[in-house]
Ligand binder design. Structure first.
Ligand code: GDP
Ligand code: MG
Length: 274
């Protein structure tokens, strides 16, 4: 049986005209390394984005600065096309000196705005390649009992540039009580109104298929049982994916365009006329 991501319902979110052209969406993942970012985006879109990656040894990791990588995949479901771009920020929080480690992420987001601003003011405005980041999944460690200073710094610096959706990583390593006692201050999330009750999304990622009650599902195998990625009783994976592709993709794009990009643009114009 074929698995579906579910974006075939996208036409309901927007005018039919866009259906033929297809949709594009740029999703960024950020947070410390080893929290399951790559695994989750793979699980979300059922595609192995990272099959070519090389494993870095510990030494390389420590000296590595934040290096941003971009993967684009074209996926199609029930005749609806989605061009998905994943922007990964590997190694974030790994370096010895983490001060301003959010800076390169912020710069990346600004550069995409800048490019768009330039293209928009140019002659060929019809076929602008839009690389603006529509959403940033920010991974929070399950081992830190809440936000660490680094997390706070990141969100303070970025929340006016991009829609941040906080993700509580590796939720399978926490007991339900521990999960409930994790409280996150929400004032950074401009996008919070619509998804307030769901924040943070406590997720489990896995690209392994296991057998649960005779059914083959994606999950993680433990001596005491199986956690199923796509079982809503086990984690918020399905809720997150539904929010991203079924219900809020267009909202995320609208807020990016109307709020974050407009802010950037106003800023640019202001500094040009001073
Ligand atoms: P990244 O550095 O944030 O991209 O993390 P990876 O996706 O490379 O995952 C790091 C390790 O954590 C891998 O061994 C994964 O199999 C494991 N992992 C990923 N997601 C989960 C999860 O939800 N729960 C648990 N327990 N392990 C996970
Ligand atoms: Mg990774």
């Amino acid at each position: 049986d074929k698995e579906y991501v579910g974006f075939a319902t996208l036409p309901n979110q927007v005018h039919r005209k866009s259906v033929k052209k297809g949709f594009d969406f740029t999703l960024m993942v950020a947070g410390e390394s080893g929290l399951g970012k790559s695994t989750l985006v793979n699980s979300l879109f059922l595609t192995d984005l990272y099959k070519d990656r090389k494993l870095l040894n510990a030494e390389e990791r420590i000296t590595q600065t934040v290096e941003i990588t971009k993967h684009t995949v074209d996926i199609e479901e029930k005749g609806v096309k989605l061009k998905l771009t994943i922007v990964d920020t590997p190694g974030f929080g790994d370096a010895v000196n983490n001060t301003e480690c959010w800076k390169s992420v912020a710069d990346y987001i600004d550069q995409q705005f800048e490019q768009y601003f330039r293209d928009e003011s140019g002659l060929n405005r019809k076929n602008i390649q839009d690389n603006r980041v529509h959403c940033c999944l920010y991974f929070i460690s399950p081992f830190g009992h809440g936000l660490r200073p680094l997390d706070v710094e990141f969100m303070k610096a970025l929340h006016e540039k991009v829609n941040i959706v906080p993700i509580l990583a590796k939720a399978d390593t926490l007991t339900p009580n521990e999960l409930n006692s994790m409280s996150l201050p929400l004032f950074w999330f401009d996008f919070k109104q619509q998804i307030h009750d769901s924040i943070p999304f406590a997720v489990i990622g896995s690209n392994t298929v296991v057998e649960a009650k005779g059914k083959r599902v994606r999950g993680r195998l433990y001596p005491w049982g199986i956690v199923e990625v796509e079982n809503s009783a086990h984690c918020d994976f399905v809720k997150l994916r539904n929010m991203l592709v079924r219900t809020h993709m267009q909202d995320l794009k609208d807020v990016t365009r109307e709020t974050h990009y407009e802010n950037y643009r106003a800023h640019c114009i202001q500094s040009m006329t001073r």
